[in-house]
Design a protein around this ligand. Structure first.
Ligand code: ATP
Length: 221
């Protein structure tokens, strides 16, 4: 069961703001922090609690009780120094889980060294996803699992229609696995080998990037 966790989000720009909205939708407890009073007022009615504070001020964070939160997300964008300093303070205070938004590759490297448990780089990740979507018309979604492996969501090509999963033989030929098949409102997770592909089916496939590319060249139109 998923327990109700306490999150704190520092920085209420577009990224931090959308995290607040999404966490509230998931019925989590969210403390929103920003040094800008107007931002805090904007979020006061959206999150559990919103406070004005400069996160580079260790005393202020301690007073808020930041160390008691399960997970703190640092969503300060432009001010890289403030983001780094905030991360160090959170780590020093013993915050259990720290996720930080990186602005660039060097920022990411530093964050990984100084105690961030997870570093996200949304602009880069979205760029990669969009590139995959525009390169291939059949790819609807793309998720990088590692440097070499991905999960892609693609529409079944005309050649696949009428064939069973066994006949497609993605695993033996390309080393790729079909995790699920979406058919209108239904989702077949770990689909049966006998499932026959229909037009407009959407396949969720995991595999090495090169193998997914070969599979796509063969099966997609
Ligand atoms: P996004 O791209 O997500 O919109 P942004 O470009 O607005 O981000 P910034 O303006 O750098 O990113 O920062 C996001 C928020 O973080 C701002 O609302 C800013 O007031 C807040 N912020 C920056 N530094 C601090 C700090 N030291 N303490 C608290 N809040 C901060």
């Amino acid at each position: 069961m998923r327990s109700k966790k306490q999150f704190a989000v520092i920085g209420l720009g577009r990224f931090g703001g959308s995290i607040c909205h999404a966490l509230m939708k998931e019925k989590m407890e969210v403390l929103a922090i920003d040094q800008d009073k107007e931002k805090v007022e904007e979020f006061a009615s959206i999150v559990t609690k919103a406070v004005v504070a400069d996160s580079t001020d260790e005393k202020a964070l301690k007073k808020i009780g930041i160390q008691n939160f399960d997970h703190v997300i640092v969503a300060i964008g432009d001010n890289i120094l403030a983001s780094i300093l905030t991360t160090i303070i959170l780590d020093d205070l013993g915050v259990e889980k720290i996720t930080v938004k990186a602005q660039n590759h060097y920022h990411e490297k530093v964050l990984n060294r100084i105690g961030a448990d997870s570093v996200v780089h949304p602009e880069r990740d979205i760029g990669v996803r969009v590139a995959h979507q525009v390169v291939s018309e059949s790819v609807l979604e793309y998720l990088e699992v590692s440097d070499k492996y991905s999960i892609v969501e693609m529409v079944a090509g005309a050649k696949m229609v009428g064939k069973t999963i066994v006949e497609l033989d993605f695993r033996a030929t390309y080393g790729c696995n079909i995790l699920a098949v979406k058919r209108e409102e239904d989702v077949y997770v770990s689909p049966s080998p006998d499932l026959v592909m229909k037009e407009k089916d959407i396949l969720i496939i995991i595999g090495a990037d090169d193998d997914i590319g070969r599979l796509e060249n063969h099966w997609m139109d």
